[in-house]
Structure formats: C-alpha cells, structure tokens
Design a binder for this molecule. Structure first.
Ligand code: GSH
Length: 477
C-alpha cells in the first residue's frame, strides 16, 4: 500500500518507513531509564563495535527526540476540526489540558503504531499506543492525573461513560462514515491531495479513499451495529447523547467546574457529530442536548485557541513557535509558472504514468459507482425487508389481539351460560324444595285433619253413662 491510500482502518503500511527516520541524526541526551532505548533509537550498535554487525533497528520514528517531549502521531488535520479521529483528538486535548509538552509528527498518515492504529506517541524513545493507554501512562509519567480528585463513584461513572463513547457511540459515527465515504469527504471538506501531500490527482485519491472506506463496512458489521436499520443506529447514538446530557445537567463540566478525563473523551467524540455533521444529528443535538454543545464550545475555547488557524492552515503544530524560514533559493527562470516542487518531480515518462493513473482512476471510479449502487440496493432491500417484517409483526399482533378478544368473548359467554344454568338450577331446586315443603305442609295438614277427626268423636260430648257430666277432669294427666 502506498501513502496515497488513506482510509481509516486501512492506513497505509509504513513498510520500511515504519522505523525509518534520520538515523544519523544527533543522539539526544536520554534519561537513565531510557538509555537503552535511545541508543537503539539513534541507530548505532550498543554492543562492542564491530563493522560486520548490523545496527539494531531504531525503536522509534523520531530518533532525534528531545527527552520528556511527547511526539504525537495522528491523522492529518481536517479543515473542519483538528482531527477527524476522536481518539487522536482525545490525546491532543489531554496533552493540552494537562499542559504536557508535545509535538505532532507530520508523517502524512504514513505510520501507524506497532499495534496497527492511530494515535500513538513516542516518549523518550519508547512507543505508547492506544489513546486510553497513552493518557494513563502519560498521566503517571508526568504526574498529571486529571481525575485525582474524583470520588470512587465518580470514577466508576466516568469509566462507564468513556467506555460507552469509545465502544458504542463512536461506532454510530463510523457506521455513517464507512457507508457514505463521498458524503464524509464533503462534510469534512478534506482535500486528499493536500492531506497526503500526494502527486496523484484528487479524483483518483478520492476514489481510492472511497473504495478503502467502503471496505471498512465489514468492520461495523463485525462490531454488530451494522446489522441494524438506519433509524435504530441513530437512536442508539441519541440514547448515548441523552445519557451524557442528563449527567452533565447544568454543570460546566461533568464533575463540576473543572474538566476531567470524561470531559475530554466526550469532547473528542461530540466534535465528530458537530463538525463533520451527518443524518441531522447536529441539529438534533442543538435542540435536544444544547448543554453538550455548550460543553464542546467550552473545551474548544479552553484547549484550542488556535482551532481556526489549524483548520485553515492544516498545520499540526500551530501551538509551537515557528522555526526560522529557510533562505529562499533564487527562482528557477525555466520553471513553468505556477508549478512548484511537483514540476521538479516530474520525469520523462510522467505523461505515460499519468495516463495510466487516469485510466486506473476511471476503472476505480466505475468500481466505486458499482459498489455504491450495490450498497444502495442492499440498503433498499434491507429497508424493504424491515418494512415487511414490521407489517407482518403488526398483522401477527392484530391476529393475536383478535383471537384474544374472541377467546375472551367465548369465555364470557360460557361463563354467562354457566351462571344462567346455575341460577336456573338453583331456582328449580328452590321451587322443588318449596313444592316439597308445601306438599309436606299439605300432608301434615291433612294428617292433622285426619287425626282430628277420630279425636273429635272421642271428644264428643260424653254421655252420662260414660261418666260424663260434671265429673271433674283428672288433673294428674
Ligand atoms: N482503541 C484505540 C482506537 C483507535 C482507532 O480506532 N483508531 C482508528 C482511527 S479512528 C485507526 O487507527 N484505525 C486503523 C485500523 O484499525 O487499522 C484508541 O483508543 O486509540
């Protein structure tokens, strides 16, 4: 891969340049602990001198380093913000707020860390990679722990939120960028020719960039976020931003009146939404999370007073005093007007090479168009499938609801029927019982009547012969 191919996630292999640099450069006065590293760094053998022995490969790119100065390797500047990489912006913001002396190495995106990514830094002849590890190690080395005064609970909240931003929120941005490389180039106003200091035409660079970015789509699928619909992905991002906004509330910074690491991480990620806008997220933030927009402004003003200058000039070291301008060589009269270094670099066969490159660019453009068409079709298909799925789900729900109502109605009817039957049964039983009681009563009455009759005859007025008359009744009975 050449330096012309530049894509996030597919940075050019530095190849031999990986640990290149000026090996003959003056060896810096290294600290004791870095002695070994710096000896290796200057490209000179550290063992007994033997002409046949090959000098060990320097451990760092910047061999003429100044001790205790951090050398930062990040992406080239972007016209709309200092870095289109939240991880690079995080490290630079930290270096500035922690007031650590640093210098950006303008490597034109040629290098990446030994772990394979940007950013990385070199300090005293040693490479440190990964934004979180860089911040942690530099905080310790320079005794600049910005979170030192936080409570254990605040540190836990900070850790959770940073993790969300680095491992979830950032993928919403990546998903959009990888799927929309042309729109990303437009929104970021990146001029690839200038960014890469390339001699290739911008059209070719843009096509190569787009193809490279497109190939990163598999990364967002691998992460998992790429499986979802556009709407769902934006909702993921909005939920993260809402959570941050709630935590910030009306405070200046997440944990009070001074910035901590969470403020720096949030700033670096939020900038991506605000300065390379996409999908209406910026507008959404302005209305739904204005406190986050204000936080970005606060940190921007505090850490990047040279923001406008760096975006305009794309200079990586606007914070450093400028070295004296080298004396200008007299103008070459034969040089065609308007052509600078490029003209010097042109060789005899440059015309042929350019034609070949144009051809390649055309082919690549066609490929990119096809790829774009394929992607759009796939997206349409996905959306169609999603709509179909939603429709089917709705239908299923309606059917289930209908069945539920039907079942309820059936149960209600059965219940009513049962109640009615029970009522009728009870009424019948009551009527039966009443009838029986009446019959029993009638019988009893009849019986009583029957019993009364003979008694009546025996109680008939007794004849005198029967001892009747006025004889007194036997009281003892
Ligand atoms: N965990 C890393 C993430 C860095 C990262 O994702 N860098 C991207 C650019 S934003 C990169 O260098 N990608 C190149 C690759 O993965 O090959 C950090 O915090 O530094």
């Amino acid at each position: 891969m050449t330096s012309e191919t530049v894509v996030e996630g597919q940075q050019p292999q530095a190849g031999n340049e990986q640990h290149g640099g000026d090996a003959s450069a003056e060896k810096p006065a290294a600290t004791d602990t870095q002695q070994g590293d710096s000896q290796a760094a200057d490209g000179k053998a550290t063992g007994p001198s033997s002409p046949s022995k090959k000098a060990p490969k320097p451990e760092v790119h910047k061999v003429d380093y100044e001790p205790e100065v951090v050398y930062l390797y990040q992406f080239s500047r972007c016209p709309t913000l200092p870095s289109a990489s939240p991880f690079c912006l995080k490290v630079e913001t930290f270096l500035r707020l922690a007031e650590i002396k640093y210098e950006n190495v303008d490597h034109k995106m040629k290098y990446k860390s030994k772990k394979g990514q940007l950013p990385f830094v070199e300090l005293n002849g040693r490479e440190i990679a990964d934004s979180d590890i860089i911040v942690k190690e530099l905080s310790q080395h320079f005794n600049k722990d910005l979170d030192a005064n936080l409570s254990a609970e605040q540190k836990t909240v900070s850790h959770a939120m940073e993790s969300m931003l680095n491992n979830h929120t950032s993928w919403v941005v990546r998903w959009w960028r990888y799927n929309n490389p042309a729109e990303f180039l437009k929104a970021s106003q990146m001029d690839m020719k200038r960014t890469l200091n390339s001699r290739l035409p911008n059209s070719l660079l843009n096509v190569l960039f787009r193809i490279g970015f497109k190939s990163n789509v598999k990364m967002v699928v691998g992460h998992g976020i790429g499986h979802h619909t556009t709407e769902e992905i934006y909702d993921f991002g909005k939920s993260d931003l809402k959570a941050l906004s709630e935590l910030l509330g009306t405070k200046d910074y997440f944990f009070g009146t001074e910035p901590h690491l969470l403020d720096i991480t949030a700033f670096a990620h939020l900038c991506q939404f605000l300065y390379i806008p996409f999908g209406g997220m910026k507008e959404w933030m302005e209305t739904e999370t204005p406190n986050l927009v204000a936080l970005v402004d606060r940190i921007k003003n505090r850490a990047f007073p040279d923001w406008d200058e760096m975006c305009k000039t794309l200079d990586l070291n606007t914070h450093l005093p400028k070295p004296p301008e080298p004396e200008k060589e007299p103008e070459d009269k034969d040089k065609p007007a308007g052509e600078g270094e490029e003209a010097n670099n042109k060789t005899e066969g440059a015309g042929d090479a350019d034609a070949k490159k144009e051809e390649e660019a055309k082919k690549a453009e066609e490929e990119a168009k096809k790829e774009e068409k394929r992607r759009k079709e796939e997206e349409k298909k996905k959306e169609k499938e999603e709509k179909k799925r939603q429709k089917e789900e709705q239908k299923k729900k309606e059917k289930e609801e209908k069945e539920r109502k039907k079942k309820e109605e059936k149960e209600r009817k059965e219940r009513e029927k049962k109640e009615k039957e029970e009522k009728e049964k009870a009424e019948k039983e009551a009527a039966e019982k009443k009838k029986q009681e009446e019959e029993a009563a009638a019988k009893a009455a009849e019986g009583a009547a029957a019993e009364t009759k003979p008694a009546e005859s025996s109680e008939a007025p007794k004849t005198e012969s029967q001892g009747g008359g006025d004889a007194p009744a036997d009281d003892s009975k």
